[in-house]
Design a protein around this ligand. Sequence first.
Ligand code: PLP
Length: 398
Amino acid sequence: SALFSAVTLAPRDPILGLNEQFNADTRPTKVNLGVGVYYDENGKLPLLKCVQAAEAAMAAAPKPRGYLPIDGIAAYDAAVQGLVFGNHEAVAAKRVATVQAIGGTGALKIGADFLKHLGPNAKVLISDPSWENHRALFTQAGFTVETYPYYDAAVGGINVAGMLAALNAAPAGTVVVLHACCHNPTGYDLTDAQWGEVVAVCKAKGLVPFLDMAYQGFGFGIQEDGEAVRQFLAAGLSFFVSTSFSKSFSLYGERVGALSVVCTSAEECTRVLSQLKIMVRTNYSNPPTHGAQVVAQVLTTPELRAMWEGELAGMRERIKAMRGALVAALKAAGVTRDLSFVTAQKGMFSYSGLTAAQMQRLRNDFGVYGVDSGRICVAALNEKNLPAVAAAMAEVIK
Ligand code: PLP
């Protein structure tokens, strides 16, 4: 029709495209390391025991499904604050506004929409490289999105000097999207001291930090992974934190997340929260019940909470073990280059340092699917598929 004649075909999502290619591959030995999902030792998506227990308790005392408040389940929002901000004074002083969100992505979008109203001309800086959707999401929200240097292929690590220089050069009010822990896609995180430098620049230059926390608990631990948040709190800055429970609860499809905005006073926080609620209200009115109810139940019931912390630690430790096993297998296969970066990286991903051509060879010749950037999902490795993956990687590296 005339209405749609000018509509162009959008390029397809590169990772989804990779999945389609993987599904069409008939080799029984194929391995999908392109995904951003944690698989267990049997290559299956886990359904956590704490989630099953919470759902059983919920099913035993079924509740009607009325609308939730615009900002979501109060007990859930409070539990999120405890997890992200610990027992910091900011929470007790009621100067953190938290709204339940539709996954981490929904939290980023609510934050982006609010920021666009706040400073229509502000630019957004994301890391180079970053999670693909950061650029798209902030662009779609009306921002000009640029990057700050992050990964340096030449040194196989973070270009901290370049990152700090870019932040230093940014005008006041610039929104800086930071990965709170377990950087996606590289797996390289700033050290505590380097966070200190980033916080200092944000403070000195009046930048607006937006911490994306999609992997709390996947790095060193729930507490430990909150270091960046603690440093921003200690500096007395106003900042944003998006939380996702997709990975840490293996609740991808339930879309459970939250946006928290740290303000300077309770009075300011009340005003900010009222605006966040307008963003929610005008996008989807109010959030869904089930996933947040499960997470709230787990986080606020001591036995379930302990169960979750154990299961999360299990996922974290398994990823760590796979990193070690991958390095050992590559060495055993004769790879001589320094591979210590694989075990130094955090979270679900590893920037393997392989070129696009090598990644394509992995795919075409060996049925090992990773992203052309060199990113592989270490959380999709297991004892069964690892030998074949290591052999294939060793072959393309040689
Ligand atoms: N932010 C980062 C850095 C991510 O890696 C992801 C998921 O892959 C998200 C946000 C989105 O999380 P969710 O699936 O909860 O929307």
